[in-house]
Write a new protein. Structure first.
Ligand code: ADP
Length: 504
């Protein structure tokens, strides 16, 4: 594929200023520091390949220092024992500061990750701010229970009074991926901080810049030293050290299922609590009676939003035979109409993949689908100045045994096939190791809710896909993970329930 990028540069003075000093530091106890061993990692603009910044390459020593800082803060109680209303004000302020710096954060995210500026500016960065505001409200609402018990052997004349306490679990390690860096970070930090935990954050090595800028905003908002530490570096080193660390009580990870398994192994030493938001292979079922004006853009957007680098992306399309021709024509036109380019170019509707390795991996999946007998409806090309652009690709005549249908591709590739009956569609949709999300497109209430009940997935959208809100729990069935993020469920990830039983 031939693709020449239009020249672009950041519009926001603050972005230029942030990037003007190339050497970034990481956050330890509210101080900005280099890696103790002095190592660095270059971070590049995925569209052009140009150098954006240099981040510290943390090692075990940096992890030890960050965990010690978080532990001290936790033990001293400077954050966890702050009045809930005061913690709430600080979290709210972080949300407000994200909004106040939204144009800069959006440009940084686009430059670092590649996504179209509109996606960062209007969806993800505001979404991160909303996470902090949602959980700010929760700080003062963590109620416990008084529980009537029926203990028969209490001393005569005495009463038993039993209740629970929700206590912060301790030091939390948050490990985040590169597809939607700031919002996925906020989905971990906001609930963990809300309940009083101290956090060590390890952002993805390709996309650490907005996390570092967020660290500055957290200090500005008044977060006490040690409540948030940030260690940048490679997953196998920094991530692994955090997952193994005996002073980390909880690990909250978003990333691939493969890495999730490594984290589980590493976490077993001290039996730390683990929340995993892992891969997906989300089905979209379009029935004959679907409203195609909704379904065509909805299904295509679910597959190609953020270049398909979305854990809940719609990647398996099951279409009822009667409408297959119309639906395919519509989504092919949508895909062909998408303008590929640099995320900062206002004309761009789809950016590059995060790095050349990921683009090559996605391209290989397309080739494997074709080799297995799929037909190319549109797309299939790889190119761009840094070999990071993959065309929005639709494969038809797939079947569930193909590698491209079974494995998570994490790129703009939609695999599809037709079905005759609802039962067949349900069986095809559930025939997967994953269970993160799904959507069903129909005007029949009965069909919609039966599918919603019978599909094995943590989220089922009806006549939509990719609808998010801080109040809506998200997470996986089967090998898509453990636990839920967002909503009240997210708070439960970061607390231990203590039962108090008193004889009065
Ligand atoms: P991908 O394979 O798509 O790059 P990963 O799941 O490997 O995604 O990455 C998600 C996050 O997990 C990143 O921050 C990465 O650095 C981190 N990571 C990678 N390997 C490990 C590991 N062995 N232990 C802990 N974290 C890891």
């Amino acid at each position: 594929m031939q693709l020449t990028l239009n020249p672009v540069k950041p519009n926001v003075e603050a972005t230029r200023k942030f990037l003007s000093s190339k050497d970034k530091k990481m956050l330890l106890n509210n101080e900005w520091v280099d890696a103790q061993k002095g190592g660095v990692i270059e971070t590049h603009d995925p569209a052009s390949g140009s150098l954006l910044a240099i981040i510290p390459q943390g090692t075990q020593a940096d992890v030890d220092a960050a965990v010690a800082s978080a532990k001290t803060t936790f033990e001293q109680g400077t954050w966890r024992n702050m009045l809930p209303a005061e913690r709430a004000k600080i979290l709210w302020r972080i949300g407000e500061l994200i909004d106040a710096n939204i144009d800069e954060l959006a440009e940084l995210e686009t430059l670092d990750q590649g996504k179209p500026l509109g996606v960062a500016r209007w969806a993800e960065i505001p979404g991160a701010a909303e996470q902090f505001r949602y959980f700010a409200g929760m700080c003062s609402k963590l109620e416990s229970k008084v529980i009537p018990s029926s203990i028969g052997y209490q001393p005569p004349g005495k009463r038993v009074h039993s209740y629970t306490l929700s206590e912060p679990v301790g030091v939390v390690a948050a490990i985040t991926p590169w597809n939607s860096p700031l919002i996925l970070t906020a989905m971990k930090l906001a609930p963990a901080l809300c309940v009083g935990c101290s956090v060590v954050l390890k952002p993805a090595e390709d996309t650490s810049l907005t996390a570092l800028r967020l660290g500055e905003l957290c200090i500005e908002a008044g977060l006490p030293a040690g409540a948030l530490n940030i260690v940048t570096g490679y997953g196998q080193v920094v991530g692994q050290a955090l997952a193994e660390h005996n002073d980390v009580a909880k690990i909250s990870f978003t990333g691939s299922t493969q890495t999730g398994r490594k984290i589980l192994d590493a976490a077993k030493g001290n039996l730390k609590r683990v929340t995993l938001e892992l891969g997906g292979k989300s089905p979209m079922i379009v029935l004959d009676d679907a409203d195609l004006e909704l379904a065509i853009p909805g299904v295509a957007n679910a597959a190609f939003f953020n270049g398909g680098q979305v854990c809940v992306a719609g990647t398996r399309l099951y279409v009822q035979e009667g409408i297959a021709d119309k639906l395919y024509a519509g989504i092919a036109e949508y895909a062909k109409g998408l303008t590929l380019g640099h995320g900062l170019d206002p004309a761009t509707q789809m950016g590059p993949l995060v790095n050349p390795l990921q683009a090559a991996k996605v391209y290989d999946y397309i080739q494997s689908g074709l080799a297995d007998g799929a037909k190319l409806l549109t797309g299939g090309g790889l190119g761009g100045p840094h070999s990071t652009f993959v065309e929005p690709t639709i494969l038809t005549q797939c079947h569930n045994n193909m590698k491209v249908v079974r494995e998570e591709v994490f790129g703009p590739v939609l695999s599809s096939m037709t079905f005759k009956t609802s039962d067949e569609a349900l069986a095809l949709a559930n025939d997967t190791d994953y269970g993160l999300a799904a959507s069903v497109w129909t005007q029949s209430l009965s069909h919609a809710h039966r599918f919603a009940s019978d599909i094995e997935a943590g989220t089922v959208w009806i006549n939509s896909h990719l609808m998010f809100d801080p109040s809506l729990p998200i997470g996986g069935y089967k090998q898509s993970g453990w636990g839920r993020e967002s909503g009240m469920d997210a708070v439960l990830n970061y607390v231990e329930t203590k039962t108090v039983c008193a004889v009065l």
